[in-house]
Design a protein. Sequence first.
Length: 526
Amino acid sequence: MRPFALLVLLLPALSLAQDGSVSGATSSAAAAGYSCDPTVCKLPACNCASTSPPGGLSPVIIIFPLRRPNSLLFPCSEVPMFIVYTADDAVQSYTLDSVNQFLAHRKNPNGCQPKMSYYVSLNYTNYTLVTDWYVAGNEIADHTMTHVGLPPNNEIDGNLIALNALAGIPLSAISGFRAPYLNFSNETLTHLAAAGFTYDTSATASIPVTANYTDAFWPYTLDYGLANNCLTNIGVCHGQPKLPGFWEVPMYALFDSRGQSGIHLMDPWLDSANGGTTVDDNATLAYMQSTFMAHYNGNRQPFGLYTHPIHTATTYPGVQVPLSTINMINAFLDWAQVQAGVWIVSTEQLLSWVQNPVPLSQLNSFEPLKCSTPQVNASICDGIPANEHGLLDLCAFSDFPFFTCYGCPVTEPTPDNPNPVQVTSNGQQPRERLPANCSTPWWDPIAGKCLCTGSSCQFQDNSRPIGPNGANLTGGGFGGNVSSPSASATFVPFNGNAAPIFPIGTWPAIMLGVFGVVCGLYTVQV
Ligand SMILES: [Zn+2]
């Protein structure tokens, strides 16, 4: 099969993925019926739903520069302004290229490239690209196997099992979930906690941060139930569901000039703004900026860019490239990064900070935000594209073919059978799946050995209660011994090492990051 034909097969399903729209407030104080005592519920294990930053940090501090106290007055915060960047649905080379055109050329104030969260559904996903994206430092999270709202448990658990078996993602690394169409219930959240997830991010913060009774809470644990989506979802709020230590990371809506009635959430660039009838990128940019500033000048609740990358793809055959929208999104990020204290992060990085909220002045040395690309030079099949040439297998299933380093299964993974036995026809040795004691970049699934055994790369994966009837499962093993499909095609990598296209804003962001640290060191509160 030619790669072009392979790509064209994928368009119909991906185009269906325009989930995540909202039409109004999804909660209210009365509907929430929420009560939590912050003197009892304390970090890092517990955090009340609150509009205030975690750890008692003050979002805005007025400082005077020490040498000339009356010459200049400006605000300086000890709370970082996080932009959470997420993508949903299938992973393909053109979806990763789409994300990269917004992030690959950027740096956070510590000099590291920003990371993001990919909520992966498996139909039409190219597994080896998931491996590559994970080893590059991004978060891989669960969006069900076949993209269903109110998902049955096996849609959630099967996603973990298949990503572990065929993409080599450690079970312990998949800590987050987003429901397709943001359609979840009490039972969804209860199952996520039981299956060992750390957080869900399907709920909506649907009231502007500047309004009374806003539901734009910082991420919080469900020790006292959910406080978002109380008007729209089943069996939540008024203390339900009680899931101690399990986190909700709200998705923060954007608002155009109409305020509450001009609400936008995912892919806001697909919406018309201000009651208009056509999409206007300038109008979108204006309300993205005004919403960002409302957060930035207030309690600094995170700002989210929740994307379906297919809509801004430039490398998908036959699809018109939305250059104006792409330039607008980059212009927004250029503008945002010039503000002091702005960091682009994945959801798990945000949550790491909320659990351990160090002041902005210490963020450059905060471990979860550090650069993380491993240095591996061996020619092995391990998620580092330069190492993998000629080692990938094509699993040529007729409806969604994919590549993997971990050996093709005899049938496509399904919720009922997420880890089918492995193909070993054509004289191929079975490949060993990621074991519990080796991390992905060091594992050679062909030789079945871990290249790094020193203390610097010690790793221990966890079992998860995701087997039939909740049995614990661990990574590793081979799969089966049955004959298989075979075919040839050219693997299309993502364009991860492309030269920067939009370098504007990078250096100002670094300089302001440095300034932010100085600001923190010499703060005088008044
Ligand atoms: Zn989706």
